[in-house]
Write a protein that binds this ligand. Sequence first.
Ligand code: HT7
Ligand code: ZN
Length: 873
Amino acid sequence: PQVIYLKDYQVPAFLIDQTDLRFELEATKTLVKARLTMRKNPESHSQQRALFLDGDKSLVLHRVAINDQVLSDKDYSRTDDGLTIHDVPDSFVLETVTEINPQENTALEGLYRSDGFYCTQCEAEGFRRITFYLDRPDVMSVFTTTIEADKTTCPVLLSNGNAIDSGDSEGGRHWVTWEDPFRKPAYLFALVAGDLSHVEDSYTTMSGRKVVLQIFADKKDLNKLDHAMTSLKNSMRWDEEVYGREYDLDIFMIVAVDFFNMGAMENKGLNIFNTSCVLASPQTTTDLGFQRVEGVVAHEYFHNWSGNRVTCRDWFQLSLKEGFTVFRDSEFSADFNSRTVKRIEDVSVLRTAQFAEDAGPMAHPIRPSSFIEISNFYTMTIYEKGAEVVRMIHTLLGPDLFRKGSDLYFDRHDGQAVTTDDFVAAMSDASGRDFTQFKRWYEQAGTPELTVSDEYDPAAGVYTLIIQQSCPATPGQNEKLPFHLPVAVGLIDDQGADLPLTNGQTTQVLELTEAEQRFEFTGIHGDKPVPSLLRGFSAPVKLRYPYSRDELVFLMQHDSDGFNRWEASQKLGVDVLQSLTAAYQQGEPLAFDARLSEAYRSVLLDETLDPAMVAKILTLPSEAYLSELVDEIDVDAIHAARTFARQHIANALEAEFIAAYERCSSSEPYSPDADSIAKRALRNLSLAYLVETEKPQHLSLARTQFDNADNMTDSQAALGLLVHSNDEVAASEVLAIFYERWSEESLVVNQWLSVQASDPKLGTLNKVLALMDHPAFTMRNPNKVRALISAFAMQNPVNFHQLDGSGYAFLADRIIELNALNPQIASRLVTPLTRWKRYSEQRQALMKNELQRIMDSGSLSTDVYEVVSKSLV
Ligand code: HT7
Ligand code: ZN
């Protein structure tokens, strides 16, 4: 397969001013009639007279005409990736008629069927599976779309923009024409048709325009759309208040579909959502699910400005829209929920999944310089690290200058396809700050490492921080230049009070630009202060400072920065767990440091703290995070150490956990507000520790909660604890009850699959194999694949990494199978195998063997080929 390089970018040789589409929908034979008004691009230096249009090999071409003249097959040539018309005039109208087969489209790119509905997914390069086109984001066109279909099976016909005309046609069919006045690239095109129901509301924008809001779903799900609608209205208001951005069309639609490769898609005026990111009801959706719906609705809505009005010049710029939009949605969620808890959650994901990506064979900068398959670059790095880079700009500028910069960016580039350089230039021009060195974040891959030491001269009253930075080599990048990054710090005196710093505040942002730098704080007296470093996780780096365990306990109790209070608990947890892991590996008895459980006790007893924060602080670092921190991952030792620690804490704090469980119980009806979510989090964490004691009365408590729960958060928490416990009778009982109760709710059944796939008890693989034959499972639905297969491979390290290699072989078989059905999903499943270098030699050999088996398995998609071949290097 061909490698595509950023350095080869050229402006398009042709432009498409107007795109008129007509779809005649039939399940296995849909006709797409395209009328493209085209001209040579005056900015292009190319002298070429030939026109190349992207088009997948699955397209059946029926007709090509230029300016009403039908072309003969001598006038053009077809290849697997497109259509070349040998000679075209300077401006012309190109007409094509193409046949496609939505029914057989299992890749879920282009036009496909999801549970009988027709829908599209065009980002990144799906439009070329619909018709021949200049399928690149810098070709922007005005679209009109006419959809014609059977009136009974497809009463609803939707596309981007406003419906401008409709009518009936022969044979019980009807049609609707949509017009989108905003120029857009083809990746933002959408079409939906089917027997959908909808809820409707409206929103009045800050300039007083009324916008109709509609959310479409299967009729049985109509009662699960309120939360998405509220989230949408909140997002619209927030974007006006925080960014001054108003919605631009008269209608905004969301459609929920069950077969979808990702979370959702921001098509202009017609967002298409995975049901898992839009449907929510207390009975079927957990608190996490409610928050996910809110976050994804906001994310897609915010793309209307950061992505649609201002889009990407080419796919190397993907983080321009994704990183910025993740930053925006994360700030929105922070404003509507607990800011600190949101930050903890984002950082946890970043440090486990994104840092692992940075340390693996697919490591890339947030603006990659090459790729084989762009679908492989919808990564944690592009999204989450991209958001961290925007956050650093925000930290360096402060909120006012950042807003000036975003205003300039949107105003300067409205209606354009631009680059990350343009984004940074707007920030720089608005603020007068120099971001030349900062731009290395866009070019260099890898997670920077900061090593911090300090000196204190009490006589002079000078405290000095010495910060060194480095960044490990990543594929194709051996040498890294120093990054420009903000390090937010505070200094805490022996009474636990923040000291005033040089800037007169208690937190100061230090700007690190060199490989080693010294920062002096004057007027510091008394005992040596304890530094609170990288407050709020001000930069996406790994930070080392030789804290003692006592200092970490002190920070857990006194740090005024909520994030760093949690961070201190994590660092202490890591330290304790690493000692336990080492003891386990050496066959020594495991001894628990009571300082950790005592610190937990005082947090648990402090009723002034937000229960959500208490739950976060009392959650030990995950096995995934512990794995990320070591050179060689010993899954069994990590699991044993963490289980031992949990049991120890559970026994030591049993009475406090019982009290917390009771304190957080409520007789109020379910509500997904922040306070109630926080209480449920602490209550279910307490229950989890109590069950860890293996005392029958606590297992009974879990069973009572399972039987009496009026909401999915409590029900699923109890289900998970019972299924993962050693009480096999209780486990199979609750699994049977749960399935029977929820068998008609596809998303709930997915949770039922995941809970079984993530059971750490040995023997889970056989259960997963059996579940693959369950009527609730199909390899064609990505949500099912994620619920069962990804959950096993990514959330069950002990079983996945069995030394007989059975977990690896199972995954490789599924990848080979899915490669033919859905390459994007197949390629994402490869991730756990790409990490082979981090394991023991024995496991390395087994994992590599499976990667090689995939490689040798026949005709690989570009998606799977790229990840597997890069992993084998
Ligand atoms: N911008 C959207 C990306 C997306 C996507 C990409 C590849 C394949 C399928 C896809 N579905 C959606 C999602 C977003 O970030 O908002
Ligand atoms: Zn996005």
